[in-house]
Write a protein that binds this ligand. Structure first.
Ligand code: FE2
Length: 237
């Protein structure tokens, strides 16, 4: 189990704290802090802000799929409200990453990637200013951990990784694959699911299986041909 206090001993991000202070002065942030924080990220990097909102939606939908699954045994540990907040704010720490690294169209150097790997720590540090809830802090801190221990920042394995983080990471990767990025064209839902199935040691197999099941309506052959928004209108006919 990670001690939430580790967040405070991590690297600092004076710029982010300044921006957050400005936001606190401007808005009643305690009522709607998830929306306000995303607004801050949007001003900094639009792609990251869109990804955050999408991941929040995907995370919440996956939480619902787990709750609706007859076979999933840990339903009592699923809190949809916390999932929505942690899923939406998992990358808020990216406002601490230099924009030239965050928006680079080229493959990051090892030094640049080392800086990028700090963003979950920054996310937890920023979120801690608005919520002391250890579940939320641990979820955003661990969203890049992998089941086999090869993730970051703490190289957690299997059940050492908080359940919420195991859910967020699936939503996070799926949205990244199905979205256009400066360095890659978006994949179809079917292609993305296929890639995720082959990411050995990355995800909780049980949760991934239920996620894939929930995406079945989007990955049938007929709908893959219409992967540009028209799928929904076709389904409505
Ligand atoms: Fe991230």
């Amino acid at each position: 189990m990670i001690n939430p206090e580790r967040i405070d001993r991590s690297s600092t991000c004076a710029g982010a704290e300044l921006k957050m202070t400005e936001l606190l002065n401007m808005t009643n942030i305690l009522k709607n802090y998830d929306h306000c924080l995303i607004s801050a990220l949007e001003k900094y990097d639009f792609i990251s802000a869109v990804h955050s909102v999408n991941t929040g939606i995907e995370t919440t939908n996956l939480g619902k799929a787990l709750l609706n699954s007859p076979n999933y045994p840990y339903k009592d540990k699923i809190d949809l409200n916390k999932l929505k907040i942690a899923g939406t704010l998992h990358d808020i720490g990216k406002i601490c990453i230099p924009t030239e690294i965050l928006t680079s169209k080229n493959k990051l150097s090892e030094a640049e990637f080392a800086i990028m790997r700090h963003h979950p720590i920054y996310s937890a540090k920023i979120l801690k200013q608005f919520s002391p809830d250890p579940d939320l802090l641990m979820a955003v801190l661990a969203h890049h951990e992998k089941i086999d221990g090869s993730g970051y920042p703490n190289h957690l394995k299997k059940n050492e990784i908080p359940l919420m983080a195991q859910i967020i990471t699936i939503a996070d990767v799926y949205d990244a694959l199905t979205s256009d990025r400066p360095y890659q064209a978006k994949k179809t839902p079917a292609e993305s699911i296929s890639i995720m199935k082959n990411m050995e040691g990355h995800f909780n197999d049980e949760i991934l299986k239920i996620f894939i099941e929930s995406k079945k309506p989007l990955i049938s052959p007929a709908q893959s041909l219409l992967d540009n928004g028209r799928t929904q209108s076709l389904l409505a006919l």
